[in-house]
Design a binder for this molecule. Structure first.
Ligand code: PAF
Length: 285
C-alpha cells in the first residue's frame, strides 16, 4: 500500500490502474478505522481491482462546538489496518492540501439536508458534500462505498451523484455492530463504560420497531412510540430524533413499508450517536 499526501502524486499513481480498466473504488473515511470502515474496503474490493481509501478529518463538516479538535487521529494505526485489509492507496492529505486558498464554491444541499442530522448540525452536509465532491474529482473512481449508518449522508451523496452527473456507482454497505448490537462508530471511543451500556438502547429501540413492523404494525406514529418506550425511561439518553422516514425523500413516513428507514440520534453524556435500520430488511445475524 502506498500512502500519498498530495493530490498530483495520487493522480499520477492512479494512471496505471485507470489504464488497466479493472476499476477504481474509493472508500472515503475520516480515519479512526474500525471494522465498519474495513467492511467498506471489502465491498470495494469485490467490485474493483484498485482500492483507494481517503483519510481526512474534514474541518468543514464540524460545527464550532463539535469534536473536530478531539476527533481520534492515528495515521500509523489506520495505515496498518488499511494495508492488512487490502487498500492499495491511502490518500491522507493535510488540510492545506485540500483547502489551499480561500474557497468561493461549496456544494450546498437542498431540502434533503433540512431535517434530522442536518437540522441539528447546520452546515454539516455542505462540508460533507464539498469534500466528497473534491475527493470524487481527485480520485475519479468508478465506485464509491459509504456506510448505511450515516443514512442521511448516503442519501445526499446519491442525490449529488445524480444531480451533478458524477459517473460513479454508489455502494451503501450495511452497518457493522458490536456483539451487543451497538453500531460501530469512531465516536464510541468517547463513551464512559456506563454510557457505553446506555448506548445499547438505541439499537434496542430500532430493533423493537423492526419487530413490530415484521409483526404487521405499519403506523409511523405507533412504531415511533414503540421505540420511545425503550429509550425514554433512561433519562441519561437524550433523544434528538427517533423516527421512521422515506429512504429517498427523508420525509417522515406516516405509513411504513419495506425499505422505510427507522433512525435515531441521541446524546449520551457528551457524545452524540446515530443509528438506523431498514424496515423489512433481513434481521442482522
Ligand atoms: O462518513 C465520513 O466519515 C465522512 O463524512 C466522509 C464521508 C469521509 C466525509 O468527510
Amino acid at each position: 500500500m502506498q500512502i500519498i499526501e498530495r493530490i498530483e502524486p495520487l493522480r499520477s499513481a492512479l494512471e496505471a490502474p485507470r489504464r488497466a480498466g479493472s476499476g477504481i473504488a474509493l472508500v472515503p473515511t475520516m480515519g479512526a478505522l474500525h471494522e465498519g470502515h474495513l467492511s467498506l474496503v471489502d465491498r470495494a474490493r469485490e467490485r474493483a481491482a484498485c482500492v483507494v481509501m481517503s483519510l481526512f478529518v474534514n474541518p468543514l463538516q464540524f460545527g464550532p462546538n463539535e469534536d473536530f479538535a478531539r476527533y481520534p487521529r492515528d495515521l500509523e494505526g489506520d495505515a496498518r489496518l488499511a494495508e492488512a485489509r487490502g487498500v492499495d492507496f491511502l490518500f491522507a492529505p493535510q488540510p492545506a492540501e485540500l483547502y489551499r486558498s480561500a474557497r468561493s464554491v461549496s456544494v450546498v444541499p437542498a431540502s434533503l439536508a433540512s431535517r434530522w442530522d442536518g437540522a441539528s448540525r447546520p452546515g454539516h452536509f455542505t462540508g460533507v458534500l464539498t469534500v466528497v465532491a473534491k475527493l470524487f474529482n481527485i480520485v475519479q473512481p468508478d465506485i464509491a462505498v459509504f456506510g448505511q449508518k450515516d443514512f442521511q449522508q448516503a442519501t445526499l451523496i446519491r442525490a449529488m451523484i445524480r444531480d451533478l452527473d458524477f459517473p460513479i456507482q454508489l455502494v451503501v454497505a450495511p452497518t457493522v455492530r458490536e456483539t451487543d448490537d451497538v453500531a460501530l462508530s469512531s465516536r464510541n471511543a468517547y463513551l464512559r463504560p456506563t454510557d457505553r451500556k446506555r448506548a445499547r438502547l438505541l439499537s434496542r429501540a430500532l430493533f423493537a420497531m423492526r419487530d413490530a413492523f415484521d409483526a404487521g404494525e405499519s403506523s409511523g406514529e405507533v412504531l415511533e412510540a414503540i421505540g420511545r418506550r425503550v429509550v425514554d425511561p433512561e433519562a441519561k439518553v437524550k433523544v434528538e430524533y427517533l423516527a421512521v422516514m422515506d429512504p429517498d425523500t427523508l420525509e417522515p413516513a406516516t405509513v411504513a413499508t419495506a425499505g422505510t428507514i427507522a433512525a435515531v440520534a441521541a446524546h449520551i453524556g457528551t457524545t452524540r450517536l446515530i443509528d438506523n435500520i431498514i424496515l423489512g430488511a433481513p434481521a442482522p445475524s
